[in-house]
Design a protein around this ligand. Structure first.
Ligand SMILES: Cc1cc2nc3c(=O)[nH]c(=O)nc-3n(C[C@H](O)[C@H](O)[C@H](O)COP(=O)(O)O)c2cc1C
Length: 147
């Protein structure tokens, strides 16, 4: 079973709620999952397991403020993440010009740092997905089976 840090990027609570539910689901599946609501650089680089990033987008295609410091520090310091596996859930709204750009930026950064993706990222468009919780839960079942 995997050691999983769940990293949250959320302004209004949607991504936080989904991340919390995913953490509980992963724990029920037997994984050691820990939710980080305001993830720090030190916490993340000290971890050698799996990362699950669950982030919304704010402003005009920006990463939420609680995740932004981590994003900037990872980008600046460029740690070697070749030993890290990751998954990503991105919440967004396609009526905005930059759909789920926050999630896309985190995804790209993980690749740049050498982290290995576990399956495909999940993009949840609030315009098209009536039940984001259900979409995330189904995705987690498939994702966890690949760990
Ligand atoms: C002020 C504001 C700006 C937003 N900007 C974007 C955006 O640029 N791109 C996008 O895909 N979604 C955007 N969204 C939609 C949010 O990402 C979406 O509502 C998400 O579920 C919010 O998650 P949160 O409650 O965790 O913050 C925006 C929402 C708000 C309220």
């Amino acid at each position: 079973m995997a050691d999983i840090q769940v990293l949250v990027g959320s302004t209004y609570g949607n991504a936080s709620q989904i991340a919390e539910d995913c953490t509980e689901q992963l724990s029920r599946l037997g994984h050691n999952a820990v939710l980080l609501s305001t993830p720090t650089y030190e916490q993340v680089v000290a971890h050698s397991g799996v990362l699950l990033i669950c982030t919304a987008t704010i402003g005009q295609g920006e990463i939420p403020a609680n995740l932004m410091p981590l994003y900037c520090q990872l980008k600046d310091r460029s740690p070697d993440f070749s030993y890290i596996r990751f998954g990503l859930i991105a919440l967004g709204d396609s009526s905005y010009e930059s759909f789920a750009e926050g999630g896309k930026q985190m995804n790209e950064l993980m690749y740049d740092l050498g982290a290995k993706p576990v399956g495909q990222a999940l993009f949840i468009d609030s315009c098209e997905t009536p039940d984001p919780d259900e979409a995330a839960a189904e995705w987690i079942d498939e994702w966890a089976a690949k760990l």
